[in-house]
Structures are given as C-alpha cells and as structure tokens.
Design a protein around this ligand. Structure first.
Ligand SMILES: [Zn+2]
Length: 234
C-alpha cells in the first residue's frame, strides 16, 4: 500500500472540515446580525431623528406664536381701554398692531407648513418601523433554517474530527508533520496530490520511474519534483 494513502484520506477529511467550519462561521455571522435588518434600523433611527428635530421646531414656533398673540392682546387692550392721550400715540399703536398681526399671519403659515412636515416625518417613521418589522420577520424565518443547518454542520464536524483522530493514530509522526507543513503552505490546503496517468494532478509533472515506484510501495513518502506535494498513485 502507498504510504500516502492514509494521508490522502486525511486530506479529504480536512478539506471537508475546512469547508464545514467556514460554512459554520458564515451561519453564526448570519444568525448574529442581518444586513437587511441593520439597514432598516439605520433608516429608522435617521427618520426618528428627523421627526424629533421637526417636533422641536414646531414647539418653538408655537411658543413664538403664543408670545406674539400676547403682545397683540396687550396692545389691543391698551387701544380699547382708552388710555391713549394723543392722536399720534393712537396712530402709532394702530400701526404697531397692524404690523404685529401681519407678522403673526406669516408666522401662522410657517407654523402650518412645519406641522405638515412633522406629519410627514411621522409617516416616514411609521414606514421605516414597518420595514424593520418585516426585515426582522424574514430574518427570524431564515434563522430557523440556519439553526437546523448549523446543527447538521456541528454534527458533521464532530464526526469528521473523530474519524480524523482514528486515521492519525496509524500515520507516522514525521509523515504527519510533512503533511501538516505542506497543507499550510500549498494553495487550497492540498498537500497530497493524487496522480492521473502517472503525473502529478496538481502541477502535471511526471515523476521518474524510481519516484513512481516509491510513491506506490516505498518506505518513504514520494514528493513531487514539480510542486513538492506528496504523490498519491491512487
Ligand atoms: Zn506536482
């Protein structure tokens, strides 16, 4: 039997373990946080902030309106109580009241526009809240499936880890060290290259007949002259 055979079986397990662990990480990420929900929450926070600013604006305009009304009332009280002494004072006061009322009218228009804008801001908040609810519902639905897949992956990983240990027991320590070093260095974690038509499947190099014999039945591992991987005749 080729010395590379248990290493080849080990590599199949390790590649599958890598894949399963990667999938498991992706699933954990997807269960911990969801881009669609995060996006909807960000939009909601922005809409709430805009609504808050708008509401402060409206309150301030309402206060200003009340203070303008008070001033108009005070001036009108002075006008009707007959305390005015000269015609000039009367004309000045009437003029002042006229200006105050004109300003108050313009202020009312502004206030109404701001109140309309506040209503619109509240509607945007409602729409954003609905979007958050919907995205969260989808995420929860997806999560059921994700949790099932996670559980299957965990089972697959622990079964593979047990099989891995059993295989490793039978492999000489030096061979295992060669394999581990190559797997860390080589692309795709491929340390053992299965041969096709007596050539390395990874780099295409054809080994000498001596090396080929060593790969098949030798006491040492045969390493490809092209890429340095462990040759497995298959
Ligand atoms: Zn090679």
């Amino acid at each position: 039997m080729s010395k590379a055979e248990p290493l080849y079986r080990l590599q199949l397990l390790d590649i599958d373990l890598d894949k399963a662990r990667r999938q498991l990480n992706e699933i954990e990420d997807a269960l911990n946080s969801n881009p669609a929900v995060n996006h909807a929450r960000t939009e909601l926070a922005a809409a709430q902030l805009a609504q808050h600013k708008q509401s402060i604006e409206v309150k301030s305009l309402e206060l200003e309106a009340r203070s303008m009304d008070d001033r108009i009332k005070a001036d009108e009280d002075r006008l009707y109580k007959g305390n005015i002494r000269t015609p000039k004072e009367l004309v000045d006061l009437q003029h002042e009241i006229e200006i105050l009322k004109r300003n108050r009218g313009a202020h009312e228009d502004n206030l109404l526009n701001m109140m309309l804008a506040l209503d619109e801001a509240a509607e945007v908040v409602q729409r954003c809240q609905a979007a958050v609810d919907e995205a969260t519902r989808h995420w929860q639905e997806d999560s059921v499936l994700l949790r099932e897949t996670r559980s299957q992956l965990r089972d697959r990983i622990s079964a593979n880890e047990e099989r891995r240990e059993a295989i490793c027991i039978a492999i000489p320590r030096a061979d295992l060290a060669t394999y581990t070093g190559l797997r860390a260095r080589k692309a795709g974690g491929v340390a053992v290259s299965s041969m096709k038509n007596d050539a390395c499947s990874q780099c295409g190099e054809s080994p000498s007949s001596v090396l080929l014999q060593q790969a098949r039945t030798g006491g040492n591992l045969a390493l490809c002259n092209g890429c340095g991987r462990i040759l497995f005749p298959g």
